[in-house]
Design a protein around this ligand. Structure first.
Ligand code: ADE
Length: 254
């Protein structure tokens, strides 16, 4: 039987470049201003792409992965701003429920409700979630991440004992860079762990096409006044190596 192909997406070049370099039998396909890299990673057929930022960019990219490349599931790896005060840089959040925090069709429907789907949250398929939690635990429990990323590099970002948490991720076309915006979000959505700009869009497209998805986010910043400094630094020095290790570990659990 032909092996299934996995779509791997990241919203920043740094989040996917390291994975692209590890591909064997790699080929490039240019479509709609994106470059899709097909190939194999540890024997698993994958298509890797830098989606660009925001919900529209992510939605169009994931549609291409499904319709053109016929992927059977999506793994989205990237960074996020922490909303929950218990999260620190380097912690990994796995999306259990994905919500579009900027979707508001009131008074026609409830705040955050996705028109015609009639739901406010999209839930990750339980098997994909369970697999991702297991894969990230394996990564964090050993000393593997420290040797892959570099102990000194991790300590520069205050990363000592990163943890994994599964829960609510909020996505929207907004970079959070103030405590006020963060407070307002927490009042609207008290359970949210972190914010980013693509995950819920990916979840919606996958749901509509009936394919599995996993959204994994490494905390790069605290979504406040410091985030415009922490975010680019984390992207430059750390996220590349995190993404490689996360994706490799998940593929091992297939
Ligand atoms: N991704 C990483 N950090 C973020 C932030 N502060 N706001 C939105 N998306 C992010």
């Amino acid at each position: 039987m032909r092996q299934k192909t996995i779509g791997v997406m990241g919203a920043m070049p740094e989040e996917v470049n390291g994975i692209i370099q590890l591909l064997t039998d790699s080929e490039e396909v240019r479509l709609g201003m994106r470059t899709y890299y097909t190939g194999q990673l540890n024997g698993v057929p994958i298509v890797v792409v830098f989606s660009r930022w925001g919900k529209v960019a992510a939605a169009t990219t994931v549609s291409t992965l499904i319709l053109h490349f016929n992927v059977s599931e999506i793994i989205f790896t990237g960074v996020a701003g922490a909303i929950d005060s218990g999260l620190n840089a380097g912690d990994i959040v796995i999306g259990k429920r994905l919500i579009q925090h900027d979707l508001d069709g009131r008074p026609l429907m409830k705040q955050f409700e996705i028109p015609l789907l009639g739901v406010q949250y999209l839930e990750a398929p339980p098997e994909a979630l369970e697999r991702a939690v297991k894969a990230v635990h394996t990564l964090l429990d050993g000393n593997h991440l420290f040797s892959a990323v570099g102990e000194k590099e991790l300590r520069t970002f205050g990363i000592v004992k990163p943890k994994v948490v599964a829960g609510d991720i909020a996505s929207g076309d907004q970079f959070f860079a103030s405590s006020k915006a963060k407070e307002e979000l927490l009042q609207k959505l008290p359970g949210v762990l972190c914010v980013e700009m693509e995950g819920a869009a990916v979840a919606q497209v996958c749901y509509e096409y009936g394919i599995s998805f996993t959204v994994l986010r490494t905390v790069s910043d605290t979504a406040d006044e410091q985030s415009h400094i922490d975010f680019p630094a984390f992207i430059e020095k750390i996220s590349n190596k995190y993404s490689i290790e996360i994706v490799k570990n998940i593929l091992q659990c297939l």
